[in-house]
Ligand binder design. Structure first.
Ligand SMILES: [Mg+2]
Length: 397
């Protein structure tokens, strides 16, 4: 079997209501399609941030790399992974390159599963569990009343854990900016009120995960985490920007809550200092950014050797959820898989069957590959013209 084409799709899903009431803006997704000369197509995903610019940029990057894949045997997943990784060494092997590899790698595993008529998890060592525990997000909370309502909705849907950024309301340009790492006193007090309201709303047994989005300096992150410990938060995520593991070390050594990092760490090499220096209690790589199915399995095994649970990050689309779940079916040291919302029915128009989620758990079946296929008619109907000029809005998806 030979690869005949590898291409990206940037698609835009129109604004809609989700979770029965919540209106969300239109948002973009980046999917990868790898075709073969035997009629088998594999699907991958990269969807990244900030969407209007980053999705277009990564799409163009993948399409250029795609020319290297034509004529390759899609079964040579490890070799193709290394071919791209080493080929792009001057451009940089993390970030855009690891994301491009991720989307292609997921599609190649999908092809292999379809060739062998097996789900990917059976090709990665077989299942160690029969379902994948999920956690999800409320809309980012604006005030205590807001989180009270949405936290209760999540618990009523059967979820045992959810994640929020109670500081998000003070950010004026999305969640990817950092200048001084400070937070105003007013915003900090409001964040604490939101955490208190969330705990009050759901009682002591629900796990409340706090995401700091890598936005704070050492003293600010340390103070926020320790204040929130009074409400028994489950973890404090990405306290500081990803570039300095020594800053993370300072925070880790001074805070009471458990620490989780990893969505901005790409490939197994960037997890070495985390494990070697005891910098995290959980790791949370994103399968669409860190190197795909191949790399997530390797990072999970590294974490296992340190008795660190892994909890894949996901803030995007259905391929991210399903490919992460395929790997986690085989991983002993799995905590929970992230999903954006408790109601993921807004994926349904893109895929050939709904995700099978009950009471906060995702169930996989014997479907080959990653277990779902994208709807090509939907992709074609919603494809964005990436050459059309856009007005940059870093807060948009
Ligand atoms: Mg996060």
């Amino acid at each position: 079997m030979k690869i005949t084409r590898a291409r990206s799709w940037v698609v835009k899903q129109p604004a809609r209501k989700i979770d029965n009431q919540l209106k969300i803006k239109d948002r973009g997704f980046v999917f990868i399609q790898v075709d073969t000369d035997e009629g088998i197509t594999g699907w991958g995903e990269i969807t990244t941030y900030p969407g209007p610019v980053a999705n277009r940029a990564i799409s163009a990057y993948v399409d250029q790399i795609g020319s290297w894949l034509v004529g390759e045997d899609p079964e040579d997943i490890e070799r193709i992974w290394n071919k791209i990784f080493r080929g792009m060494t001057y451009v940089g092997t993390r970030g855009a390159t690891s994301a491009a590899i991720s989307g292609i790698d997921i599609a190649l595993w999908d092809i292999k599963g379809k060739m062998l008529n097996q789900p990917v998890y059976k090709l990665l060592g077989g299942a160690v569990r029969d379902k994948i525990a999920l956690y999800c997000h409320p809309p980012e909370p604006e005030n205590p009343e807001h989180i009270t309502k949405h936290a209760k909705d999540i618990v009523n849907a059967g979820y045992k854990a959810f994640k929020m950024d109670p500081m998000m309301h003070h950010l004026h340009v999305g969640n990817s900016t950092f200048l001084d790492g400070e937070i105003s006193a007013d915003a900090e007090e409001k964040a604490i009120e939101i955490v208190a309201a969330a705990r009050e709303a759901v009682g002591p047994k629900i796990e409340i995960l706090i995401d700091a989005h890598g936005l704070y300096n050492v003293p600010t992150a340390t103070r926020l985490a320790n204040r929130m410990a009074d409400w028994n938060i489950f973890w404090f995520e990405e306290p500081v920007p990803a570039e300095s593991w020594k800053a993370l070390k300072q925070v880790k050594e001074q805070v009471k809550p458990l620490i989780s990092v990893g969505e901005r760490l790409h490939t197994r090499w960037e997890f070495i200092p985390i494990f070697e220096n005891n910098l995290a209690d959980f790791v949370m790589p994103d399968i669409t950014w860190t190197g795909g199915i191949t790399e997530l399995k390797k990072i999970a095994t590294m974490a296992e050797a340190y008795y660190i649970p892994i909890s894949p990050h996901d803030a995007s689309g259905p391929i991210n959820v399903m490919s992460g779940a395929q790997v986690m079916m085989t991983v002993p040291n799995f905590y929970k898989l992230e999903t954006s919302r408790f109601d993921l029915s807004y994926y349904n128009e893109m895929i050939d069957k709904p995700l099978n989620i009950k009471n906060g758990d995702l169930y996989l079946d014997e479907s080959p590959g990653i277990g779902i296929n994208l709807n090509e008619e939907y992709l074609a109907a919603n494809e964005m013209d990436i050459n059309r000029p856009i007005e940059y809005d870093p807060s948009a998806d």
